[in-house]
Design a protein around this ligand. Structure first.
Ligand code: AMP
Length: 290
């Protein structure tokens, strides 16, 4: 497996693969890889001739008071995990090689990037779409794999690809969880044992919402109230948002009639965690990617 550090070399790798008629599967990540990332790599391995994983802690998607500096970094271990899954290349660029001194351009999807997490992390999704557009240009994959764990991100990237005619297929894979239900995240490493126990309440509250929706409860306010109550029973939990939105524009629905996204962001101690699931009333579409 190759570790490629320069965008130019990465571009050459991809061009060579394409000339040989090899399809490229791509998994963009920020490293600190866990089983969630590995499930995406494994899927890409099954479906493509060449597999590229990028590892880049993207400075422009972090807010001023966020954890850019503290974000866990461990190239050696990540490279070992990628090799173990049969990846052909890890793209590991430096920040200066991605953003020169007078970097100016950006990609902004607006609408769906301004709600849910976007309300609390201004500029975050603009940073994500800008780097993903750059990575798509550098790697030129046929298919790119994303996790349902970051549902809003996947929806925004699909919109970017469709609006800008970027010739990449986007596949969204199910959230990989701990036994407790806690969605795997690189940030889980910061949780104490007590906090990790409390953090399971995120998924418990999502399952509560799913049960109510499946049973025909159609009032988002009632469901959100029940979820808030459950999450509030944990000492270390502080809710940032709990929302039930449509799957396209990510706007709150007034009444649940079909598939909805139930999404939340909750601080457990100092650590901000997100999770979500898609649900629908029984008979109105299957629950997927729970
Ligand atoms: P990150 O390194 O956090 O930027 O994540 C890279 C990719 O892995 C994104 O598409 C995430 O949605 C996906 N991912 C992160 N956590 C999980 C998880 N628990 N299950 C499935 N995919 C995940």
């Amino acid at each position: 497996m190759k570790i490629i550090r320069s965008p130019k070399k990465m571009h050459e790798f991809s061009r060579e693969a394409r000339l040989k008629g090899r399809s490229i599967g791509f998994i963009p990540t920020m490293g600190a890889l866990h089983r969630g990332h590995l499930s995406l790599i494994r899927r890409a391995r099954r479906e493509n001739d060449a597999v590229v994983v990028s590892i880049f802690v993207n400075p422009i998607q972090f807010g001023r008071n966020e954890d850019f500096k503290a974000y866990p970094r461990n190239l050696r271990q990540d490279a070992r995990l990628c090799a173990g899954e049969g990846a052909d290349a890890v793209f590991y660029p430096s920040a200066p090689s991605m953003y020169g001194d007078d970097f100016n351009a950006c990609v902004d999807v607006n609408g769906p990037a301004e709600v849910l997490c976007g309300r609390f992390r201004p500029g975050h999704f603009k940073g994500v779409t800008t780097v993903v557009a750059k990575l798509f240009n550098i790697v030129s994959p046929d298919v790119a794999y994303f996790g349902q764990k970051d549902a809003q991100q996947s929806i925004i990237i699909k919109k970017m690809v469709s609006d800008l005619n970027i010739p990449v297929r986007i596949k969204v894979m199910p959230t990989v969880r701990e036994k407790s239900g806690l969605a795997l995240s690189s940030r889980n490493a910061y949780l104490s044992a007590d906090e990790a126990r409390d953090a399971a309440v995120l998924y418990e509250s999502l399952l509560l919402a799913k049960r109510l929706i499946r049973r025909g409860e159609d009032s988002p306010a009632l469901i959100i109230g029940r979820m808030r109550q459950l999450i509030g029973s944990k000492k270390t939990a502080r809710i940032q948002y709990v929302s039930i939105v449509d799957l396209k524009r990510l706007r709150p629905v007034e009444k649940i009639k079909g598939k909805v996204l139930v999404a939340l962001a909750v601080y457990i101690g100092k650590i901000r965690l997100i999770d979500n699931l898609i649900s629908a009333p029984r008979g109105k579409g299957h629950t997927i990617h729970a």
